[in-house]
Design a protein around this ligand. Structure first.
Ligand code: PA5
Length: 335
C-alpha cells in the first residue's frame, strides 16, 4: 500500500510550517474571490468559514471565469489556489480577474499558475510540492489564511495554526482516542456508501471534505447534505427503498458548538424519523477553540476514515487515475 497514511500523519507539520510564514503585504480588503478546484478548492471553503467570523466576505468560485458581476464592481482581492498550478478552471478565472484589473494573489507549488504570477508580479505563497493536492490541505488552507492576513481580512492565525496542528497530531496518533473513533466509524461503514450530514458554518465545509476524501482515497461514492435544507426534501427520499438503503448506506453527522440550537434539534428528529431506513453510524464533534482548529480536528478524523475505508477495500488511496485521465482528455481537445 502507498504512503497516504504518512501524508495524513504529516498534516500537523504542514500547519506548523505555515504558522512560520510571514504574510505578504496585500493592502486592505474586506471582499475576496477565491478560485480553486477539488483538493485546492476546499481551502477556500475553510477560509470562507474563518473569514466570515472576521466580517470579511469570501466567495468561492469553483469553475471558469467570467469574473462575477459583483466582483467587477466591488474589486475584491482574488486568491487563485492550485496545488499543481495547472488546473485550467483556476487559471482561467485568475487570468479573467487580472484582465478586469483585479488584484490577484496565488497559492501553488509551481506550474503554469506560478509562471503567470511571476510574469504579472502577483504575490504568492509557494507551498512544498510532492504530495497529493488533497493531502496538502494543511499547506493550502494555511497559505490561503496567510494571504488573508496580508490583506487585513482576518486576524493573525498563528495561534490557531499551532492549536490546529496539535489537535491534528493527537487525532492521527495510532491507537489514540480519536483514531479509535475513526476506526469505529470506518468499521461500521465498510461495504456501505457514506453520507455526511452537517449544518453549521464549521461542519458544512468539512462534510464536503469527508465526501471528497472518501471518493478519492477509498474510490467509493459518497455524498454530503446540509441541514436545515435536507429536512425540506432529502428526508422524504428515505421512504420507498428501506430494504436497499438500510443495507447499503450509512450516515455520519458532524457537529460543532457553533451549530444553531435548532440544527441540533433537527439532527435528533431527522435521525429518529429515518433510522429504520438508514443506519446513523456516528455523530462526531469538533474539538478545539479556534474555528481553524475545529475545522481541522474534524478534517483529520474524516481523512483517517477515508484511508481506513481504502485499506478495508484493498485499494491504493493515493492515485486518482480517473481524474488524471479526464485532464488528459481535456488537454487533447486543445491539441
Ligand atoms: O485531489 C485532487 O487530486 C483533485 O481534487 C485536485 O485537487 C483538483 O483536480 C485540482 O487540482 P489542483 O489542486 O492541482 O489545482
Amino acid at each position: 500500500m502507498s504512503d497516504m497514511g504518512a501524508q495524513i500523519r504529516g498534516l500537523g507539520d504542514q500547519l506548523r510550517w505555515v504558522a512560520e510564514i510571514r504574510p505578504p503585504h496585500l493592502g486592505t480588503h474586506s471582499e475576496v474571490l477565491f478560485a480553486g478546484m477539488g483538493g485546492s478548492g476546499i481551502a477556500g471553503d475553510y477560509a470562507a468559514a474563518i473569514a466570515s467570523a472576521n466580517t470579511t466576505r469570501l466567495v468561492v468560485q469553483k469553475g471558469y471565469g467570467p469574473v462575477p458581476t459583483w466582483a467587477t464592481r466591488q474589486r475584491p482581492l482574488v486568491i487563485a489556489a492550485s496545488y499543481s498550478g495547472n488546473t485550467e478552471e483556476t487559471l482561467d478565472l485568475a487570468l479573467s480577474s487580472h484582465e478586469k484589473g483585479l488584484p490577484v494573489a496565488v497559492v501553488t507549488t509551481g506550474g503554469r499558475l506560478a509562471e503567470m504570477g511571476r510574469e504579472r508580479s502577483w504575490p504568492a505563497v509557494m507551498v512544498p510540492a510532492g504530495l497529493q493536492p488533497r493531502a496538502a490541505v494543511g499547506h493550502m488552507v494555511g497559505a490561503t489564511l496567510k494571504l488573508l492576513e496580508g490583506a487585513h481580512a482576518i486576524d493573525d492565525q498563528r495561534f490557531a495554526l499551532v492549536e490546529a496542528a496539535d489537535l491534528v497530531d493527537a487525532t492521527v496518533a495510532k491507537g489514540g482516542r480519536r483514531w479509535e473513533e475513526a476506526r469505529a466509524i470506518a468499521t461500521r461503514l465498510v461495504g456501505r456508501i457514506c453520507i455526511i450530514y452537517a449544518g453549521g458554518p464549521i461542519t458544512s465545509p468539512v462534510a464536503q471534505r469527508w465526501k471528497t476524501q472518501v471518493n478519492e482515497n477509498a474510490k467509493m461514492p459518497a455524498w454530503w447534505s446540509l441541514l436545515p435544507e435536507l429536512d425540506h426534501n432529502e428526508i422524504t427520499g428515505w421512504e420507498t427503498l428501506p430494504e436497499l438503503t438500510s443495507q447499503s448506506l450509512g450516515i455520519v453527522a458532524l457537529v460543532d458548538r457553533s451549530d444553531h440550537p435548532r440544527i441540533r434539534a433537527r439532527l435528533a428528529h431527522t435521525a429518529r424519523l429515518t433510522q429504520d431506513a438508514v443506519p446513523w453510524v456516528a455523530e462526531i464533534a469538533s474539538e478545539g477553540t479556534s474555528p481553524l482548529a475545529r475545522l481541522m480536528s474534524l478534517t483529520a478524523v474524516g481523512d483517517l476514515v477515508s484511508w481506513m475505508l481504502a485499506e478495508a477495500a484493498g485499494v491504493d488511496p493515493v492515485p486518482v487515475a480517473t481524474i488524471e485521465r479526464l485532464k488528459e482528455l481535456l488537454a487533447e481537445d486543445h491539441s
